[in-house]
Design a protein. Structure first.
Lengths: 497, 111
């Protein structure tokens, strides 16, 4: 009620926080808990949501030190407000509070300093978000094999999902490595979203996308008049990412000069804009990613060893799609669902033939390549099922290795290094893939117009049986099938040995 | 009969959180409502189990604190320890009020 809060009657020594009379009415309608405090951190105002959250009413809490009303774990350890430096903007932390009903409630708190027109600190606003429901939702999403925008249920991804929240909760620098297209940027974003900085900005910079001079100004900002064309102050990405996360993609492409500057920032957390005489403190978590071998770059002298050590606090290797083949089907379905909704097409799924080709392909471009294949096929397909002919031509008519610009041709991609006990399975899978594709190509050479799967499968069986010199057990092994499946298929196609 | 009281401290105030308390004041109040003896105990780190254990081994009868979780409140109640929670105020005032038998849960003793 507005008449219950007479802001004019607040004693002078409470600070000069003079809130507009309409403010209590406005903030009462907001679904977030809000506390206004003077610069001595005494409560001036609670909104209705905050009363519900804490159990204290606004009258009794007025002029009481906020720690006694909020009762957060962050109040007891080190009040975040005290660590806010002059000129710093809002700050976001996660923690818990204990309310009057003796419930411990996880909350996400945003601290916003309030300054008057003379830039004097006159108080603080704190917003409280009850994140109990978010916790429940996180549980549900993990059951559906996703984490942020990451999709996968393979062992490697499960390990990643277990590891990510732990990394997110720490504030250490993270180095993400992995082949191109594995989803390093999604991992970085997931870390940010899970961290206490989630309410802060997530700024992404591709270090390889700009020349060194522009990149320096882009990252660290510049002062007006620092160089020709610098007509106004520019804050730079580090300043923009204040209280949030800065994601440096392709850190391996960062010029040596800027590597020194980044190293300086990681050491003292102060940004020195171009042309500025003073440094600006900046609270930023750095996540860097690269597909390059940084150790080798250090040996070659193109990457600073000390920067590598600085970034290498938490290192995560994002698995390639070849290492998590179990996820291919899941990813195919996931992207197909997305593109079908986007393009408004009546596609229901993949034909057996198309699916087989997609499942045995090696994806040197990883998830990005798989996504592009599905997008292409969804665009080309005019029927209700994606057929082999809707797939990109390099899948169905592989380019010979010498002409291929891809990293590794389909059936010659280097198999991932696996422990000894898995190697037999891998060899068998490779053999199976090679055999299947050979069979497809042979069939095409002999009868190019016949693209029907039954014919291809029949030919495959015949080839396998010939190779196995009529021994069905061996033929089944070559095909990667069980004996009973081979018998059933032979019966279906009328093959007799 | 004397009453043994434990106040969770945060500086010279009642600690806002029972579970994160690192310092306590143990006082004995005699039947003449005088504080007989006081002593402060500093815990090596904030641990709710350690604090509950201290309360039981010291045979505390009344605990005064700010916020406490229902689980620990019920546990102490079950152990016949009276808990006066959500108390706001400085230690001296709180001690006077408890000695006079005029302290209740939720009391705000700030001028």
């Amino acid at each position: 009620m507005p008449d219950e809060i007479n802001l004019d009657s607040l004693p002078n020594e409470m600070g000069a926080l003079d809130l507009p009379a309409a403010l209590p009415v406005i903030i009462d309608e907001l679904p977030l808990g809000i506390v206004a405090m003077d610069c001595e951190r005494r409560v001036v105002l609670l909104n209705r949501s905050m009363e519900a959250l804490t159990g204290f009413d606004r009258k009794e809490s007025r002029a009481i030190a906020c720690r006694h009303i909020i009762r957060g774990d962050f109040c007891m350890e080190k009040c975040p407000v005290l660590s806010m430096s002059h000129g710093s903007g809002m700050m976001c932390v996660e923690g818990n509070i204990i309310n009057r009903e003796r419930q411990k409630i996880p909350v996400r708190v945003t601290f916003i300093p309030i300054r008057d027109s003379h830039d004097r600190l006159i108080g603080y606003f704190e917003t409280f978000e009850d994140i109990r429901t978010l916790g429940a939702l996180a549980g549900k999403t993990s059951e559906s094999y996703t984490f942020g925008q990451l999709v996968g249920r393979s062992l490697q991804m499960e390990q990643l999902y277990r590891f990510l929240p732990m990394i997110a909760q720490s504030d250490s620098s993270v180095l993400l490595t992995g082949e191109t297209g594995t989803g390093k940027d999604l991992v970085a974003e997931a870390i940010h979203q899970e961290s206490s900085r989630a309410k802060g900005p997530f700024i992404k910079v591709n270090c390889g996308a700009l020349p060194a001079t522009l990149l320096e100004s882009e990252l660290f900002g510049h002062q007006k008049g620092a160089f020709t064309g610098a007509v106004e102050n520019k804050p730079g990405r580090f300043r923009l990412a204040h209280n949030g996360t800065l994601f440096l993609a392709e850190i391996g492409d960062l010029p040596l000069l800027l590597q020194v500057k980044l190293l300086t920032f990681l050491d003292d957390r102060v940004v020195h804009p171009l042309g500025s005489t003073k440094g600006l403190p900046c609270n930023v978590r750095v996540i860097a990613a690269t597909h390059r071998n940084l150790e080798q770059m250090v040996r070659e002298g193109t990457f600073r060893e000390d920067l590598l050590f600085r970034l290498n606090v938490v290192r995560m290797q994002v698995p390639t799609l070849r290492e998590r083949r179990d996820d291919i089907q899941l990813l195919l379905d996931h992207f197909l669902r997305n593109f079908v909704a986007k393009f408004k097409k009546p596609i229901k799924g993949f034909s057996a033939n198309a699916l087989h080709i997609l499942l045995v392909y090696d994806y040197p471009g990883n998830v990005r390549e798989l996504k592009n294949i599905v997008e292409y096929a969804s665009n080309v397909c005019q029927e209700n099922q994606i057929l082999a002919e809707h797939l990109p031509v390099y899948l169905t008519h592989p380019i010979p290795p010498e002409q291929s610009t891809l990293q590794a041709p389909v059936w010659m991609a280097t198999p991932p290094t696996l422990p000894e006990e898995n190697r037999d399975d891998t060899n068998r899978a490779d053999m199976e893939r090679k055999f299947l594709i050979d069979a497809i190509l042979k069939t095409r050479e002999e009868k190019k117009e016949d693209l029907e799967w039954p014919a291809v499968e029949r030919k495959m069986i015949l080839d396998a049986v010939v190779k196995a010199q009529g021994r069905r057990n061996r033929a089944a092994t070559v095909l990667g099938w069980s004996r009973s499946k081979l018998y059933r298929k032979m019966l279906q196609y009328g093959i007799e040995t | 009969m004397a009453t043994k009281v434990l106040i969770c401290l945060y500086g010279n105030e009642v600690s806002p959180r029972f579970d994160l308390t690192r310092e306590v004041l143990i006082a004995v109040i005699d039947k003449n409502t005088a504080v007989q003896k006081e002593r402060e105990v500093v815990l090596p780190h904030a641990s709710v189990e350690m604090l509950c254990n201290l309360i039981l081994t010291e045979e505390i009868q009344v605990v005064i604190c700010g916020g406490i979780e229902e689980e620990y409140y019920q546990y102490l109640k079950w152990k016949n320890v009276k808990v006066l929670d959500s108390v706001i105020g400085d230690c001296k005032t709180v001690l006077q009020r408890i000695a006079q038998g005029r302290l209740n849960s939720g009391d705000i003793l700030v001028e």
